[in-house]
Structure formats: C-alpha cells, structure tokens
Ligand binder design. Structure first.
Ligand code: GLV
Length: 310
C-alpha cells in the first residue's frame, strides 16, 4: 500500500522525508506519479488537488489536509463518499498564527503605520500613548488558533472577546455566539481578528453589515481564509475611515492578482498566505499515526466533522 502526496514538488519532497523519518516502511508516491491506483491507501493533499481525482483509488482509506483548514477538501465535489478526512492540529501551526496575530495587533495598537509614515517624512512627533487595557480585541473563532491567540493577547493585557457558532467558554475570554452575539461583540471590538474555518455559514461574514457595527476607526485582521471577507465592503470601510487599517494574509483568489487594490492600499498590510506554514517534520507524526490507525480500523484523530464543515 502507498501514501499519495499532492502539493508543490519541493514541499512534497519535505513531506516524503518527514513521513519516512517517522515510519521508514511507508511507500510514498508523489502526484501525478500515483502508480497503480489500487495501491493508494491514504492521500495527503493541499489546496490545488482535485477531489474528483481521488475517486480513482478504490482502496483509499484516509484523506489528510496538509494544513489546519479543510475548506479546499470539502467544496464540491468533496471527498469520495465514506472516506474520512483529517486536518492538522499542530503546535507549530498554532504558534506561528499566534505570532502573526500578535504582530498585527501590536502593529496597529502601537501606531506603527503612522510612525513608519512619519519616519518616511522625517517627522518627529509623539502620538497619544496607546492604552492596552482599553483596546478590546474580538476574535471570530475560538478553535485551536483562536484560543491560542486569545491567550497570548490576554497575556499582554488586552481585554479579549471571542465569537463562536455554538456557546463556548474559554477562561479569561468574554464569549459570544450566534447572530446577536456577533453584532454585540463587533460593537465593542477595537480590533477584529478572523480565525474561523471557512464554511457556507462563515463565508462573507466580514461584510458591510459587520464592519458598520465596529467602533469607528477599528482594525481588521484576517488570518483565516479570503472567503471570509467581502473585499469591496472592506475597501469601502477603509476608504471611509470606518476601518482604520487591515492586516490580511489570505485572499480570494490566491495568488492575489497584481491589479487588486489591496496591493497598493496605504492602510492594508499584506502577507502571501504565510502567517502559518505547515512544517512537515512537525506534522508528520500525527499523519503516520492516522495511517496506522486507519489500517488497524481504530478511531482516527483530528477528524473533520462534515456536518460542521471543519
Ligand atoms: C493554512 O492556511 C492552513 O490551513 O493550515
């Protein structure tokens, strides 16, 4: 039996080495060189892989996302019926995302865009002191990533709120849920951070309606998926001053076309879907564990709940 990898060639080579370091007996194939379709027992794939293609493997037992997100696997046509999908729950992914959120919260909180502009213009001018305890941060999504980011922000002294689909308690975090909760949290979020999974319910959640509820001059940070943000609405809010600035790591489509207004917007800080990058050597043990469990018919770990969409 063999494990099929599918992503960029250089990344596949890293995954191959990482998986073999955990279990040297695995046979690894790299797409498109899948070999005999009946050999493939597990597919470890990233966003560009065509789900319809996985229907060619009659003995496929497991699909694994190479990232924390699985929206790319669930969109139509979706995985072959009956085949479980696992995502990565990985300390290094969580740590990197926490750092990226902190970087951007602090960038906005400490008026870094203003000070950079002043430096460019050789302006010596002290701005008002930022008061951490008064800069309320609202996090959309309190899963692995959101809960970790919330803890880091609390540690720095920011008041932290969090919104989830279903009621959820997280120590030290004021939590909200449902449509009313979303509006209530937005109204108090000086900084709004999106770390939600992308599902039909969360697509376009950062839209004109939500942005209008933020306190004037709020900041928006999106490390989740481009599909969460209605770009025209965010650009309008930035241009009107309703939103003071945005930090965006994810876009729709990716790569973002060179003519897109975000690239040159003075109040947009971009990274190219690089906030949190999977490190195969860190993620490989849980993938191998799942391959072994699938072979033995034991319960899998980090499974996606198809009904929830993540
Ligand atoms: C990155 O976007 C991931 O889903 O891990």
């Amino acid at each position: 039996m063999a494990v099929l990898l599918s992503t960029k060639a250089a990344t596949m080579a890293m995954w191959r080495d990482a998986l073999l370091a955990v279990d040297p007996t695995l046979e690894i194939r790299m797409f498109p060189d899948a070999g005999e379709p009946a050999d493939i027992e597990a597919a470890v794939v990233w966003t560009a892989h065509d789900m319809a293609e996985l229907r060619r493997y009659p003995n496929l037992r497991l699909i694994v996302s190479m990232g924390a997100g699985v929206d790319h696997l669930l969109r139509p046509p979706g995985p072959p019926p009956g085949i479980p999908v696992a995502r990565l729950v990985d300390r290094m992914l969580t740590t990197q995302m926490g750092e990226w959120v902190l970087l951007n919260v602090l960038r906005f909180h400490r008026q870094d865009l203003e000070y950079r502009a002043q430096q460019r213009d050789r302006v010596w001018l002290e701005l008002d002191a930022p008061v951490t305890a008064e800069r309320r941060v609202g996090i959309l999504g309190l899963g692995e990533l959101g809960t970790h980011a919330a803890g880091l922000l609390r540690g720095l002294g920011f008041p932290v709120m969090g919104w989830t689909r279903r009621p959820r308690q997280v120590e030290g975090v004021e939590t909200f849920h449902g449509a009313d909760g979303l509006a209530a949290m937005a109204a108090r979020s000086a900084i709004l951070v999106c770390l939600l999974p992308l599902t039909p319910e969360t697509r376009g959640i950062v839209n004109a309606g939500l942005l209008a509820r933020l306190p004037r001059g709020a900041f928006v940070i999106n490390g989740a998926r481009g599909g969460h943000v209605v770009d025209a609405d965010l650009l309008a809010a930035l241009d009107s001053g309703q939103v003071a600035a945005a930090a965006l790591d994810v876009f729709q489509p990716e790569p973002l076309p060179p003519e897109h207004p975000y690239w040159s917007h003075p109040r947009v800080v971009m990274t190219p879907h690089a906030a949190s990058i999977t490190i195969p050597s860190s993620a490989a043990p849980q993938v191998v564990e799942n391959i072994h469990r699938a072979r033995a018919g034991r319960p899998l770990i980090n499974l996606v709940d198809f009904s929830a969409g993540y």
